[in-house]
Design a protein around this ligand. Structure first.
Ligand SMILES: Nc1nc2c(ncn2[C@@H]2O[C@H](COP(=O)(O)OP(=O)(O)OP(=O)(O)O)[C@@H](O)[C@H]2O)c(=O)[nH]1
Ligand SMILES: [Mg+2]
Length: 434
């Protein structure tokens, strides 16, 4: 939770975006997001250059006039790095670096850098290294083209040039490391499966906070910990910060609110538009944790003008990882930032499975808990159960977590008429008599 004070000078980044027939608002939102990503990578944005174009230039992505403009701007701003908003081919990066004489990266590489800086747990570090190497592998030959030519000039046709040999060595080294990483990740996944099974065997329902990065997932987690956790709550809290990808690891906490059902709450890495595929692959197991939840709480930054696209991205990602069918609550967070003229309702406001609230201002948490109760009870039916006296734990669970309509003490055990969710009904099916 402590911010490390940075003494070193920040890298100055020049951002470049090419709008090829994209809606102007969407384009501007994505350029704003690129600024946020550069800041999250500990850089200072020295300038932004954009252009509307009908097509991309194959060799350098932008046309030669634009390359000249970028060159002048680099000199003027004394920029250290150029970041393109779109994905560049390895050849385009090489050509641009030759022209511009400074480092050129694209959005994917920028996100990979942030993840590399931010990863803390062993699993996240392994996942990031694997993603970076997978990104690097197809780009190796372009990085070595210069060397290959030097090597090739040495004479004999059959012998490989120094550059080519180096390329092959590097490729083999990377492939070897990737195989090693796969093995290590498998081990870590085993540990994770053991932990997950322990959680799954717990009678408590599982609630997963998911959503676009910076929406306020960790803030909700922290406010629930503050208000509804036992023991040292400061210790249990997670990092919340106005920065993209503040969270990369999954944290699970037990929330025990009085007057509501207790549950296990998880907070995890956020989504972003065009999340690099290598990262999606590498972080798949972390993302897939949401598939084991009973409820998904999708958090949306309602104050962001591009929020509906954020919902689209998050919904798609959930579908892709197989969590599309899990009951979902939509939290329209940061509703305090919507001015009264635009906002038609006073917050907190609940409609069906949607809640408009402001976790950062402590507005709406109680209502969110009631909504979680309601969704957990959805699809619930009335059952009569007969539970032997020896299974006191199950009786205690039902009394604490389900609506009990009547209790009768018979010779064979306790007879309960209770309303059970589908999941609880499956769990207690051996006791159902009616
Ligand atoms: N105004 C306002 N700000 C909020 C609210 N909720 C969260 N924030 C701020 O939004 C920023 C991001 O919050 P986080 O909780 O770190 O967001 P996150 O979804 O966990 O983000 P990542 O971990 O980066 O994916 C922080 O600066 C919070 O203080 C709110 O209701 N209103
Ligand atoms: Mg977070």
């Amino acid at each position: 939770m402590i911010d490390i004070i940075q003494n070193h000078e920040l890298l100055k980044a020049l951002l470049v975006g090419l709008n090829v027939n994209e809606d102007i608002q969407r384009f501007e939102a994505s350029m704003d997001e690129l600024k946020g990503l550069a800041k999250a990578a500990d850089m200072k944005v020295s300038g932004v250059i954009t252009q509307n174009a009908s097509a991309v230039t194959l060799s350098t992505f932008v046309g030669s006039g634009k390359v000249e403009e970028i060159k002048n701007r680099i000199a003027y701003d004394e920029a250290d790095i150029v970041i393109f908003n779109q994905t560049l081919t390895p050849m385009q990066i090489r050509n641009l670096e030759k022209e511009l004489k400074i480092e050129v990266i694209d959005r994917t590489a920028l996100i990979l850098r942030i993840f590399a800086d931010r990863a803390r747990t062993r699993e996240a570090r392994l996942q990031v290294e694997s993603a970076r190497l997978q990104y690097l592998l197809p780009r190796l030959s372009h990085m070595h083209t210069g060397l290959t030519r030097q090597g090739g000039a040495s004479g004999s046709k059959s012998s490989k040039g120094a550059g080519e040999k180096k390329l092959e060595l590097d490729r083999r080294h990377i492939e070897h490391r990737l195989a090693e990483l796969r093995r290590e990740l498998k081990d870590v996944e085993k540990e994770r499966t053991t932990q997950r099974n322990k959680r799954l065997s717990s009678p408590l329902p599982k609630v997963a906070l998911v959503g676009y990065t910076n929406a306020g997932k960790s803030t909700i987690m922290n406010h629930l910990i503050d208000n509804y956790c036992q023991g040292d709550t400061q210790e249990k809290k997670v990092l919340e910060k106005d920065m993209l990808f503040a969270t990369l690891d999954t944290t699970v906490r037990k929330i025990t609110p009085s007057g509501h059902r207790s549950f296990l709450l998880s907070d995890t890495v956020g989504f972003i538009d065009d999340l690099p595929t290598t990262l999606v692959k590498a972080f798949r197991s972390t993302l897939e944790e949401s598939c084991y939840a009973d409820i998904i709480v999708e958090v949306v930054d309602f104050s962001n003008p591009d929020y509906s696209n954020h919902i689209f991205v998050a919904d798609n990602t959930l579908r892709e990882i197989g969590a599309g069918e899990i009951p979902r609550i939509y939290v329209y967070n940061k509703s305090d930032m919507i001015t009264e003229e635009i906002s038609l309702v006073r917050i907190p406001y609940v409609r069906d499975n949607n809640i408009y609230m402001a976790a950062g201002k402590d507005i709406g948490l109680e209502e969110l808990l009631s909504l979680i109760d309601k969704v957990l009870q959805q699809g619930a039916k009335e059952y009569t159960l007969l539970i032997p006296y020896s299974n006191g734990n199950d009786i205690a669970y039902i009394n604490n977590n389900c609506q009990v309509l009547s209790t009768e003490y018979l010779e064979e055990g306790t007879k309960l008429v209770t309303s059970l969710s589908k999941k609880d009904a499956a769990k207690f099916k051996e006791y159902i008599v009616d």
